[in-house]
Design a protein around this ligand. Structure first.
Ligand code: PLP
Length: 414
């Protein structure tokens, strides 16, 4: 018989197998100093493109002040207990009301973590008679929610509306047999490639099929839509999104998340969503911090405008310099290159140590073997100078990559 610990010791997992050489540098790096485009890594200032601090709120003076005051006034223990039992407050309810208005829905439930919110909401909304139809490139939190589902699920090819319709036909047939209903799940913005989900096209399918649509808009909230209300607002179909998810972990530069929908659906979630019923409420400084951030988002449209000025300059500059950035139509800016894993680590090492640029790298198994993605996240606090410098440096490193200068049998040892 096997022993769990022995199995784990023998098989470290697809990323964990590189832990020894990578830890503290390629994985688990420590970025220090105030959050922004220039932070310290290993004691040296680097130009940083790897944080989802889209609107630059993380280090906004009003945000820092509000966070500090809330911590002083309430501490992090307040409120104690789950919302349903003893952990509710006027501020929690105020934040829910303001978020509902922001994303144009009737009501909202706050959740402690975005990931957990998605998993738990999916689990809560469907029963074993229901059928889930979801995008093949969905975030792990959607996949894990789907894994909890005891009924059938059909996956459609990423952003492929024809295939989505095909799966809806199968789902409809099955749901008619089981007496169940259909939940379609997709994302507002896919976080790796940066392409927006085809939300409007899916909403249009409601004319032919009977289903409810759940959209994970982690990267869309605050960055898309005339008023920052997300992908549905951007695509003119917010009404057609039945259940809307947003996280505080990106544009809000905080932690936590929320789900917005019709009043009765949110009430159902409040009384049935296991991750919220059986867990302590979001601490007051996070709630008050989110209220401040939302106020800044509503009152300062220039933050989003600046984010897009930087995004457009970065994306068009990269394209003009001959880089492949794929189908992104959001702020997420992936730069596609070809190379092995050792090459990618040598390239990142060179970029960090000799050009002082820090960005995230995505390699196999997240993308196909031989593909390297350098993923850049522009923010409202980057400058056009940062963009220009980065494109110049990228041109140099891609030249070196093509010349085989990063080739080595070994992953760069750090
Ligand atoms: C698409 C998507 N959904 C959900 C999450 C999870 O959000 P959180 O970090 O708030 O748990 C993320 C964050 O990585 C995400 O990118």
């Amino acid at each position: 018989m096997a022993d769990i610990f022995e199995k784990i010791k023998a098989n470290r997992g697809p990323i964990g197998m590189h832990a020894k050489e990578s830890h503290g540098y390629f994985t688990f790096p420590k970025l220090e100093g105030d959050i922004g485009p220039h932070m310290n890594f290993r004691g040296k200032e680097r130009l940083n493109w790897s944080l989802n601090n889209y609107l630059g709120l993380a280090n906004h003076p009003e945000v820092r002040k509000a966070d500090a005051e809330a911590a002083t006034d309430f501490g992090f223990a307040m409120p104690m207990g789950a919302r349903m039992m003893s952990g509710n407050s006027n501020y929690h309810e105020q934040l829910e009301a303001e978020l509902s208005a922001f994303v144009e829905k009737e009501d909202t439930i706050l959740c402690n973590f975005g990931y957990q919110a998605m998993v738990s909401a999916i689990d809560c909304l469907v029963d074993r008679h229901d059928v889930i139809v979801y995008d093949a490139e969905s975030h792990a939190c959607i996949l894990d929610g789907v894994r909890l589902h005891m009924g059938k699920r059909y996956v459609f090819k990423h952003n492929d509306i024809e295939d989505c319709e095909k799966q809806l036909q199968r789902a409809t047939k099955l749901a008619e047999e089981t007496g169940g209903a259909i939940l379609v799940i997709t994302e507002g913005v896919f976080g790796m490639r940066g392409d927006q989900g085809k939300v409007k096209e899916i909403v249009d399918l409601k004319k032919k099929y009977n289903f409810r649509l759940f959209v994970d808009d982690a990267h869309g909230i605050g960055t898309l839509g005339a008023k920052g209300g997300g992908t549905g607002q951007e695509q003119g179909c917010q009404d057609g999104i039945d259940v809307y998810f947003g996280t505080f972990a990106k544009s809000f530069a905080l932690i936590g998340g929320f789900i917005s929908s019709d009043e009765q659906v949110v009430e159902y979630l409040r009384y049935n969503m296991r991750s919220q019923i059986f867990a302590k409420a979001l601490p007051m400084p996070l709630v008050k911090g989110a209220l401040k951030r939302l106020e800044l988002m509503r009152n300062n449209p220039e933050l989003k405008n600046k984010l897009w000025e930087i995004t457009n300059a970065l994306q068009s500059g990269l394209k003009n310099a001959g880089f492949e950035i794929g189908p992104t139509n959001s702020c997420v800016t992936p730069v596609y290159m070809n190379g092995s894993i050792p090459e990618s680590t040598n390239l990142i090492y060179d970029l960090r140590e000799n050009y002082n640029i820090f960005c995230s790298m995505v390699v196999y198994p997240v993308v196909p073997k031989g593909m390297i993605i350098l993923r850049l996240i522009p923010t409202a606090v980057h400058t056009l100078e940062d963009v220009k410098y980065t494109i110049e440096c990228f041109s140099k490193i891609v030249g070196k990559l093509k010349n085989g200068e990063y080739m080595s049998d070994k992953i760069a040892s750090v």
